[in-house]
Ligand binder design. Structure first.
Ligand SMILES: [Zn+2]
Length: 126
């Protein structure tokens, strides 16, 4: 190594690994929430972890969420939006998977929803 700049690739790899792990954590966490569709495109989500309730609404092909993370992101890739998508998918007998990159999602050859925050959801089943 000749300069700290040579470490950049390490940082990128670390971020990619963290994103992938987060995607799977998010997927697992979303399964602990209770979700109810209260109107077309509008969902009430109760956190399985804290019991807090959040509103999730459809927006520009993705979702907004009223949780602290969602407040800071116009399209929210949080476990609550994944839970809402899971409910929609279940109505069609499908399950969802969360991916940390569009490339990973495309390799599934399934319908894709861009959640925002660099996360993508694919539908599988049926
Ligand atoms: Zn949320």
């Amino acid at each position: 190594m000749t300069s700290p700049g040579d470490c950049a690739i390490v940082i990128i790899e670390m971020r990619e690994r963290r994103k992938m792990r987060n995607a799977k954590v998010l997927q697992r966490k979303s399964m602990t929430h209770l979700v109810e569709q209260v109107a077309p495109g509008l969902f009430a989500v109760k956190s399985g972890e804290t019991g807090n309730c959040y509103g999730v609404s459809r927006k520009n092909g993705g979702f907004r969420c009223s949780c602290p993370w969602g407040e800071r992101h116009s399209l929210s890739g949080c476990s609550h939006t994944v839970a809402a998508l899971r409910l929609l998918a279940a109505q069609e007998g499908r399950a969802v998977s969360v991916w940390a990159s569009e490339g990973d999602a495309r390799r599934q050859h399934r319908p894709i929803v861009a959640l925002g925050d660099g996360l993508f959801v694919t539908h599988r089943g049926r």
